[in-house]
Design a protein around this ligand. Structure first.
Ligand code: FE
Ligand code: FE
Ligand code: ZN
Length: 259
């Protein structure tokens, strides 16, 4: 992955820790790890972001589902220590039948069980679109989770531009105000990564359908305003746009860098 990233002029990348819709993780191969460190050095790749599978729901009232999230999260966080100091991102979870308050409690309980003082990984909670009963559609919900986490110095937030837009934050009309609100509710120092995506739907649609950069309702100008904003320009940006070839991602990176 480091080689692929470098081939399209990327300086970082995101990867899934296991099948995004599945369960068991592949065994770690020490040769792969050594090769990763060598290539990352050679190509100047830093700050890679691991993404938890979508199937993790630590908010679930179904004990089997919550237990799977707990076990797999603990395992992922141990594995992350083979590449110390990176970031790990998770969708907070879905309430399915409970109040957001109960779901938030369960998420925090799980985080308190899996986070260890010796972990060097920064654990990111992603801003969500609010599809179904998703938690994380408001900055307040994320703040309430973070407030309940004991080792909260390890917690950061990953802002997904498609998700916040779909959740109703108008980053096209008033990015400054959205960031001011983020700062008031969560604190901008928690913001550690950006998922840079356009959206197939209007603001507040709660859909979560990503569009290629410049081909959705957010548009190229507003996304460039995100990458250039003084409060954000130092952050790593990750494309999660729907493309099936590496060449299209290369084009997007060129477009964003040279616009
Ligand atoms: Fe995500
Ligand atoms: Fe995302
Ligand atoms: Zn999404």
């Amino acid at each position: 992955m480091a080689r692929e990233a470098a081939s399209i002029d990327a300086s970082t990348f995101q990867f899934f820790t296991r099948n995004p819709r599945g369960g068991k993780a592949k065994a770690l191969d020490p040769d792969d790890l050594n090769e990763f460190h060598r290539l990352a050095d050679e190509f100047g790749i830093h700050g890679v972001l691991a993404h938890a599978p979508y199937t993790f729901n630590p908010a679930s009232p179904v004990e089997k589902t919550a237990e799977f999230a707990r076990t797999a999260l603990a395992e992922d966080l141990e594995r992350m220590e083979k590449t110390p100091g990176q970031m790990y991102n998770m969708h907070p979870g879905s309430a399915v039948g409970q109040s957001p308050e109960e779901a938030i409690d369960r998420i925090a309980v799980t985080l308190n069980e899996v986070l260890r003082p010796n972990h060097s990984t920064t654990f990111l909670l992603e801003t969500m679109a609010g599809k179904g009963t998703e938690i994380g559609k408001t900055f307040e919900e994320l703040a309430r989770i973070i407030d309940r986490v004991e080792l909260s110095d390890k917690i950061g937030v990953c802002m997904d531009t498609c998700h916040v837009w779909d959740a109703g934050y108008d980053i096209v009309g008033d990015l400054d105000e959205v960031l001011a609100e983020f700062d008031r509710v969560i604190g901008l120092t928690r913001l550690r990564a950006i998922h840079l995506n356009d959206s197939k739907n209007p603001c507040g649609s709660r859909k979560d359908r990503h569009a290629p950069i410049g081909e959705g309702h957010i548009g190229l100008e507003a996304l460039l305003a995100v990458t250039r904003h003084p409060a954000l320009s130092h952050l790593p940006f990750y494309l999660e746009t729907p493309h099936d070839t590496l060449a299209r991602y290369a084009n997007e990176i060129t477009l964003l860098r040279n616009a």
